[in-house]
Ligand binder design. Sequence first.
Ligand code: ATP
Ligand code: MG
Length: 566
Amino acid sequence: MTEPETSSVSNFIAAIIAEDIKANKNDGKVMTRFPPEPNGYLHIGHAKSICLNFGLAKDFNGLCNLRFDDTNPIKEEQEYIDSIIEDVRWLGFNWEDRLYYASDYFDKLYEFAVALIQKGKAYVDSLTGDEIREYRGTLTEPGRESPYRNRTVEENLVLFEQMKGGEFADGSHVLRARIDMASGNLNMRDPVMYRILHATHHRTGDTWCIYPMYDFAHGQSDAIEGITHSVCTLEFEDHRPLYDWFINTLDLSCKPRQIEFARLNLTYTMMSKRKLVQLVREGHVAGWDDPRLPTISGFRRRGYTPQSIRDFCNRIGVAKKDSMVDMALLEHCLREDLNKRAPRVMGVLRPLKVVIENYPEGQVEELEAINNPEDPEAGTRKVPFARELYIEQDDFMEDPPKKFFRLAPGREVRLRYGYFIKCTDVVRDAATGEAVELRCTYDPATRGGSATDGRRVKATLHWVSAEHAIQSEVRLYEHLFVKENPADTEEGHDFTANINPNSKEILEDCMLEPSLAEARQGSLYQFERLGYFCLDAKDSTTAKPVFNRAVTLRDTWAKLQKKSKK
Ligand code: ATP
Ligand code: MG
């Protein structure tokens, strides 16, 4: 058995589990599960839960199941199931042959319900939905008992059977637990266990027209699978007494221990699936895998790595109190990962033509460039240098202010891996006066980046050879919302009012070095001086590659950390 001290997941939940093992609860076994409802794509909050559940199982020599909580046929779809499976696998977790569905347990759950009726602990109620709500009472007032609460066991058994048999219309009856209408906990005031719903389920088809409520299905599904520690988010804390009541009243041998933790909230985004569905349906984003969404598929498409997301989940830890995590931390985790692994290349996003007048026409030199200074084993590559190049428009200013050290008329700079060049003339657009081409000279004695006479330059620019460049589209992303908390709106507006109109910028005429012809779907690079970029997995073609900017190089998180230390 793993000693808790060596656990990589060290948090209050791990401490509870370690205690349970010490006390030899469940014979020292640990069994967890990740239980998504397939009513949307997974987001980064789910990643926290996935890392936690699979991480705890691994650290305590246990197992973690993947279980779909598919009890609501109206909102659930196969597309969501497929995406969830893909995402959990991509994050690096393995449930082996333990892929389960709550719908696998519909027969068993029905039997449990019948058992509760037989014990006099459940009854068929024929109040309307509105009446049930009205009878429930409030936080300060007790509820009232339904006039149907004292139906006999026999009557209830017959009615429940008829509900199952399709004899009643939706909403005409429900099955309720018979607990305590005066309980201080509203969840204990005879909660609904089953409802009639003439709807086709994505797995069980039309076999059922009654469906268990989440609160009845969840704990019993855990018990059926032998889950020892049922880890979930804080909003289920008030449901725990109900889950325990079901397990104890049914006298099930497996008694899962529920432990709640705070959900992940991230700045400048939101995670509720209801809201994500709205963003997708209303077309605010281009689908569930839009690189601006906090979905796992969005992050993947944008260029996030499973390592960076797992690292993030480890760093944020697990707490009992809600908090807001800075998006900058997630970006920082990605930079740390890619800094070690991503090959460096040169790409010009907003090209400005440079003609080197004293460089021989038709000559091409293959300059040697380092693939990754952080990883000597990544080796070197050749980059072609020729008379006509592109540099970045904002690396040139005609009339530079004091602190601008890059190229300007009469000024000399270094081209990365190449030569010093000096700007001798500017060609302007006749109509706008805008610089459209720079005439330059180069110093052949500076090949490799330094001058024999010891003279210095203050800037090194990235560039690409015009003739050899790969033209490509690059998509730049900013936060999807302008506010740290998108829910913070003026009255009468919803969160979509805070959508950032500049969250996506498309650059159509970017020029990239020829080695990028080898880029494959999902390949990640550092474009020198610009950030990390990923070949788009959907829209990219050989004729026109498309790159997404995953993250810039500037690290606001590291800066924040430094500041707070000072
Ligand atoms: P949402 O509120 O975003 O719609 P949900 O809780 O309804 O999410 P489920 O599919 O039921 O989504 O979630 C599966 C598991 O993931 C649950 O155990 C849930 O507690 C956990 N989870 C969901 N959102 C977060 C989050 N933001 N942080 C941590 N865990 C989360
Ligand atoms: Mg849920």
